[in-house]
Structure formats: structure tokens, C-alpha cells
Design a protein around this ligand. Structure first.
Ligand SMILES: [Zn+2]
Length: 73
């Protein structure tokens, strides 16, 4: 079994693929990120399980591979 991990798009914290809020570290960060583009006040109350979204996330991961984590911590 392979465990994947990403950095939370909102706070850059490490998030495991097994996390229920993946790729976000928490529900809070997910809402914050959604609010970035859905700033009209529209809230999605149902869970997101779109295959298209998962596929899109895969593409984002590939794009972010060049972005190395070189922060001072
Ligand atoms: Zn986060």
C-alpha cells in the first residue's frame, strides 16, 4: 500500500491521502479555499465526490511537483 501526501493548499501543512479532508488538512481549510473562488456567499452543503475533481487534483499534483518545499520552517 502506498500512502500519498500533499501540502494543504491553504496552509501548506502536510496532508495524507487517507485524510477525510484531503487534499486539505481540515474542513476549515477546505472551506477557506472554496471561499477563494466562491466568494459570492454560495455554500456547497453536500460532500464532493466528483471523479472529475479527483482527476483534476491528480493534474494539480503533477503541476506542483516542480514546487519544492524549501521553507525555513
Ligand atoms: Zn490547512
Amino acid at each position: 500500500m502506498t500512502t500519498k501526501a500533499l501540502f494543504c493548499p491553504t496552509c501548506r501543512k502536510v496532508v495524507l491521502a487517507t485524510d477525510p479532508d484531503f487534499p486539505f488538512c481540515s474542513d476549515r481549510c477546505r472551506i477557506l479555499d472554496l471561499g477563494a473562488w466562491a466568494s459570492g456567499g454560495y455554500i456547497i452543503s453536500s460532500p464532493i465526490h466528483d471523479p472529475d475533481l479527483l482527476d483534476e487534483l491528480e493534474g494539480l499534483k503533477n503541476r506542483d511537483r516542480r514546487d519544492t518545499n524549501d521553507s525555513d520552517g
